[in-house]
Each structure stands twice: as structure tokens, then as C-alpha cells.
Design a protein around this ligand. Structure first.
Ligand code: PMP
Length: 352
């Protein structure tokens, strides 16, 4: 007998890192910024909440686009804004990956990519990273239905230089190539400068990491106007108002405060190098990081055991029980104080 259960979409969802509500926890598991957002953000939200929340938010998001255009070489029609880069990416998958050939992405990368493929019935192939966890551009020369690459990659933290992205683009003029730059501000050079040359390139960024606004959920895509128009059409067939007024005000204030933003990134980079050095001294092997997190292992330590020990001690990092990476921990770069606590806790584990 048939049942309504037969007609339900069954999916295995992406599982984000936990957000525990425990006081005084050192939270280094979801790559949030350890510093508050620009002081201009609080003011902008307060101002906006005095304004008319009765009304729908702006459809054009003009002020935020203007702020972004001061930073990136794009115009209004080359910008698409969404409710976090997760939503922007989900809409990109729906809009751009409609081939019968498989979409390509690395075997070790952001684990939302295969979830979106499954959700939309997009075929995909996971391309293995090399032994050093690097992407080999030549592995992306074959026929495919599109490519998505996180740069820097997550959870590896490794940055792929622009020449390699150009190489991939040169071999893939007939499909869309998405570069997910969630972590680009911590050490890489954005592929946004390549938009002029490549009409099949989409660059996606977020306010969640370097601008310390994971809670307001704003992300954006930059691409040629035809691609952006296609993305807008899909979005407008789904939800006309993806970004609320308070988030728009907050993101605009953050985008305009470039000095604060760059200062935040610099502080995180300094702490990251100190963290890597201290881990080196304790026998850890850490991949070269261009992100606000590191990916580290120690051949004398069971990563899962250390993860659990840290957790019991009030420090949450990320452990992935997956082939090739189950001997490593992904650790978000926190404040200097949080880093000191982490190192002290690892030392106490080692001295057990
Ligand atoms: N891309 C990558 C590689 C990420 O790690 C994340 C954060 N989980 C995102 C995109 C999405 O970030 P957000 O939706 O907060 O913009």
C-alpha cells in the first residue's frame, strides 16, 4: 500500500559545529571571529531598529552594494546578496549546476557541497587532494558539469595561488567555476580580479568570518551580470527578501569600516603564527594556514582523545571522524588569551 511517507523528500543534512550555551567556554570549533564586530555595527542596528521595521527590507540592498563596490572591482549588477554564504552557495548550486555531467570538488572540503548536490540531484565526483592536502589543477581538466573550490580550503586551511585558479579556469571555459572565499581575508588574494577575464567565474564571500558577523547571516556572490541575473531570478522564485533590514544595516556598517576589518585580520594572523609555533614546539605537524583556523596532527597523540580531553576542560575544537583526516584537529584561531589556555591544556594532556 502506498503511504504519504513515499512522497517525502529524504535528505541527510549538513551538521554544523555545536553552539553550546556553556559559560566561560573557549569556543574554537566553528571559525567565528574571536573579536566583536566593528563598533559601527551596534550603532547601525540601533538606528535601524528605530526606523520602520513594519516595512519589508530593501530589495536592491543598494547601500550594502555601494559599500562593497568601494572594496571590490564590481558594479551593482555584478553583486548578489544572500542570507549567509551558505544560502548564496545553495542558490548557486541550484542555478549553475544543471548538467548531466558531474560537478567536481575536492575529496576533503566543505562538507555542505555534497549535501546540496544530493538535495538538487546533481551528480558529483570528489577529486582527491594530493598527499600534502593540496589541490592539483590538472585533476580538474576533464569533462565536468561545473567546479566548486573553497580557497583557502576547509578544513585544510591551505590556499591555492591565483595561477592555479587561472589554470583551472583556462581548462573549463564551458562550465561555471565557483570559488568559495569564506576565509580569503586571512592570507590569500581574492579571485575577484579574474572576473574581468572569465565570464564563467563566481566568487563567493561572507561577513561571518573576517567581519565578525556570523550571527547576522550575510554573504555575497560576485560574477558577471548575466550570471548574477540568473541567480536573482532563482532567488526571486524562492524568497524575495532574503536579508532582513537589521542585517543589511549591520553588514553595511561593517563593510564601510575597512580599518577595523583589516586590523582584526592582522591580529588573527599574528596569533595564528604564534599558535603554530607553540604547537610545533610540542611536536605537532600543522598544515600551512591562510585561514582563521589551523589543521594539525601529532603522530604521538590520538586526535579524538585530545579532542575529548579539551572538551572536558572547556575548550571546544573540531574533530572529523573521516578517512585521511581522523588523525587531525581543526582549531579556530582565538584571542591570545584563548590560545594560551589551549596550549596550557594541550601541555597538561601531554604530561599525563
Ligand atoms: N564556506 C565555507 C568553506 C565555510 O567553512 C563556511 C562556514 N561554515 C561557509 C561557506 C558558510 O558561511 P556562512 O553561511 O556563515 O557565510
Amino acid at each position: 500500500m502506498s503511504s504519504w511517507k513515499d512522497n517525502i523528500r529524504k535528505v541527510v543534512p549538513y551538521v554544523p559545529g555545536e553552539q553550546p550555551k556553556i559559560k566561560n567556554i573557549v569556543k574554537l570549533n566553528t571559525n567565528e571571529c574571536p573579536y566583536p564586530p566593528s563598533p559601527a555595527v551596534e550603532k547601525a542596528i540601533a538606528e535601524q531598529s528605530k526606523n520602520d521595521l513594519r516595512k519589508y527590507p530593501s530589495i536592491t540592498c543598494g547601500e550594502l552594494k555601494t559599500a562593497l563596490e568601494k572594496i571590490y572591482p564590481v558594479t551593482d549588477d555584478m553583486l548578489f546578496l544572500g542570507n549567509g554564504s551558505d544560502e548564496v552557495l545553495a542558490l548557486c548550486f541550484m542555478t549553475y549546476f544543471n548538467s548531466s555531467k558531474p560537478v567536481l570538488f575536492p575529496d576533503i572540503t566543505y562538507s555542505f557541497y555534497d549535501v546540496w548536490c544530493d538535495l538538487y540531484n546533481i551528480r558529483y565526483t570528489r577529486v582527491p587532494l594530493d598527499e600534502g592536502f593540496k589541490i592539483r589543477p590538472e585533476d580538474y581538466y576533464g569533462e565536468n558539469g561545473g567546479i566548486i573550490i573553497a580557497n583557502p580550503n576547509a578544513p585544510t586551511s591551505i590556499y591555492m595561488p591565483l595561477e592555479s585558479i587561472t589554470d583551472i579556469l583556462d581548462h573549463n571555459r564551458d562550465v561555471i567555476v565557483i570559488i568559495d572565499e569564506a576565509y580569503i581575508d586571512f592570507g590569500g588574494i581574492s579571485a575577484v580580479s579574474l572576473l574581468e577575464k572569465y565570464d564563467n567565474l563566481v566568487v563567493v564571500q561572507t561577513f561571518s568570518k573576517s567581519r565578525a558577523l556570523a550571527g547576522i547571516r550575510v554573504g555575497y556572490a560576485m560574477a558577471n551580470k548575466e550570471l548574477i541575473a540568473a541567480l536573482e531570478a532563482v532567488k526571486n522564485s524562492f524568497n524575495s527578501y532574503t536579508i532582513n533590514s537589521l542585517s543589511l544595516a549591520a553588514a553595511t556598517a561593517a563593510a564601510n569600516d575597512t580599518v577595523y576589518w583589516q586590523d582584526c585580520c592582522s591580529k588573527i594572523k599574528v596569533t595564528r603564527e604564534r599558535l603554530i609555533q607553540q604547537l610545533d614546539a610540542l611536536g605537532f605537524d600543522t598544515l600551512p594556514s591562510s585561514a582563521n583556523f589551523i589543521f594539525t596532527s601529532n603522530k604521538n597523540i590520538n586526535a579524538k582523545e585530545l579532542f575529548e580531553y579539551l572538551r572536558k576542560s572547556g575548550i571546544i575544537v573540531r574533530y572529523f571522524d573521516k578517512p585521511r583526516i581522523n588523525d587531525r584537529l581543526r582549531i579556530t584561531v582565538g584571542t591570545d588569551e584563548e590560545t594560551d589556555k589551549l596550549i596550557a591544556c594541550i601541555k597538561s594532556y601531554l604530561s599525563k
